[in-house]
Design a protein around this ligand. Structure first.
Ligand code: FMN
Length: 189
């Protein structure tokens, strides 16, 4: 947990795995998390994110694309595929911004999940080609992540490995390793 107070949406968010398989996400809440994603900042306002929301007929096929370690996600009632293509975003002196735009939008979606009492857990552990086929996503687009969404539920659905992760404290590198002051590698004075 953050040692310095931050907004509750940030301190309360965690990539939890214990979903309630019996509780669907209400339409209004789905609209709210997608609206949050929509209002994210993006380079030159290119909005280079695309989402494929799966809660009905596509869900079974998408569940079949999960890596074994992400089996817990089969219990979630909604999965959103977060998609982009590099030329949807800006390219500025060789820097492609599509992935960054998508990530900013994903974080907005995930924080809105927290505000709605939902878990929003991004995962990269899935078979992308299989998922693209299942969702008819054009071959020149990439699925960067699946966002697993639903209400928290009982930890009984988790195996020992997933339960250990669920109970583990959230950790972060010390700021000295990731933030420098007044120049690269310089500590805070
Ligand atoms: C791009 C990305 C990919 C991730 N892939 C997985 C995954 O495949 N399986 C998983 O359980 N968690 C996955 N996570 C969640 C991270 O493990 C998690 O964010 C990290 O351990 C920090 O924990 P916290 O989100 O609870 O603070 C992913 C997160 C991100 C941003």
């Amino acid at each position: 947990m953050p040692e310095i107070p931050v907004h509750r949406l940030i301190s309360a968010r965690r990539s939890a795995r214990a979903f309630d398989p019996r509780r669907p996400v209400e339409d209004e809440k789905i609209s709210a998390i997608l609206e949050a994603a929509r209002w994210a900042p993006s380079c030159a306002n290119r909005q280079s994110w695309r989402y494929v929301v799966c809660r009905g007929s596509s869900l079974a096929a998408l569940r079949d694309c999960l890596n074994p370690g992400n089996y817990w996600a089969v219990h979630a009632p909604l999965i959103a595929a977060a998609v982009t293509r590099s030329d949807l975003g800006c390219r500025i002196t060789g820097r492609d911004y599509a992935g960054l735009d998508l990530g900013l939008s994903m974080e907005s979606l995930i924080l809105q999940c927290v505000a709605e009492g939902l878990i929003g857990h991004p995962i990269a552990g899935f078979d992308e080609e299989k998922a693209k086929t299942a969702l008819a996503i054009p071959s020149d687009h990439r699925i960067f992540a699946l966002i697993i969404v639903g209400y928290p539920g009982s930890e009984d659905i988790l195996d020992e490995t997933a339960l250990a992760k669920e109970k583990a404290p959230r950790t972060r590198l010390p700021p000295e390793e990731t933030v420098f002051w007044e120049g690269w590698g310089k500590p805070r004075t």
